[in-house]
Design a protein around this ligand. Sequence first.
Ligand code: PLP
Length: 471
Amino acid sequence: MDQDQNTPGYEKLLQLWPEYTSTVALDELRKREYARLDRLGEVYLDYTGAGLYSERQIQAHHALLEGHLFGNPHSHNPSSQRMTDLVERTRASILSYFNASPDEYVAIFTQNASGALKLVGESYPFSPEASYLLTFDNHNSVNGIREFARAHGAGIHYVPMQLPEMTLDEGQMEASLSPARAGNHLFAYPAQSNFSGVQHSLAWIERAQALGWDVLLDAAAYVPTNRLDLSVHKPEFVTLSFYKMFGYPTGIGCLLARRSVLGKLRRPWFAGGTITVASVQGDRYFMAEGAAAFEDGTVDFLNIPGIEIGLDHMQRADVDLIHTRCACLTGWMIEELGSLHHANGSPAVRIYGPGGRGMRGGTITMNFYDPAGRVVDHHRVEEEAARHRISLRSGCFCNPGGGELALSISKTEIIGCFNQPWVQETSRFTPDDFRLCVDGKGTGAVRVSFGIASNFDDAARFAAFARRFIE
Ligand SMILES: Cc1ncc(COP(=O)(O)O)c(C=O)c1O
């Protein structure tokens, strides 16, 4: 009998989410390839932080390295050629996994999603005629692109979100996307929020493109549990980190870029590998074509084949099954946490973002409250969870727009904090300073997230932990 079937509450899960039974293959996968989870008795609920690798992935990668001689790619010696072939095969496997035609897209290896975002930011032709539009709900590595836009005099505009679901307001979006003037205009948004788990419609891609925008889709939090089909939706840029999808290897991300926009990107420098010819005396350089122009120096060649192994693992596990399972666990958890009340009737937990059947993924962000309605410090919750061997996240998850909105911290309050004389003088401001400045309001939240190896027992153990906060 499966561990889940013995866990109290399982019947209710099946009543509410009968489709959970269609995902039992993932229990087999967990037993076979993630045995360490149950052996160690730990509850892992930080899949939005990092996915978990299967033991088979590690063995396959190890066997590959042990069985071959690999050298630095791009030479003509046998060890180099072997490596070049594997790097190129991995590139092709990425395009194929996302159903992206090689005639339409290139896969550029980066260090992580942030590296991919920085590549777009530093190369996009921002100018005083250009603009950068982005949603409040974004990871800091997308927010950071605004500094490239600002440095080149481009207009910067944020689209707000609406509470309580933390979704985009259609009217505001339409108004912000109003037909772009001549020039270059970049719109960036996450397919799934790493703060609230909300999934923003992929239909905005086509809508924005029709109005003259280039679209950057940050898919880092989306692709671990959702299928992204680039033959259906075709943003100019897609960014992601592979460790978030399948845990291993770390240190490799990807920028999927439409070939049609590569021509307008301008690298601010050149490096080994990015040029065809560079001259010292001639003081000129000629950029390479395609992905090579964006990969500085030697790529992480020994780890890159681990990506093909990981993608193969995702295919075998079936991302649609992972999606269904995470949706069921998320729906159950939202209902369960929402039912937690103190003896005086006040709610013990507040969840940010859509309800269980809304447009959302398996990331649930919340705060705990005492019976008087005061927020329980998120650090304390994380520390107590650690004592119960539960791995979760607390803070703002590098998504300040999501945090400011969810925690009702206004622009006036924030500017008031930043404008204090000592901050002006020192140009220093720490999270503790922020907490003191907006005293009485939380400055962070608690996040749990599901993924490839999650089961009902994980969800139930967190719900039991949450009940400890009831007074
Ligand atoms: C939505 C989103 N975008 C970008 C990133 C940045 O990823 P990385 O830290 O791997 O560069 C993250 C990481 O949490 C994320 O969740």
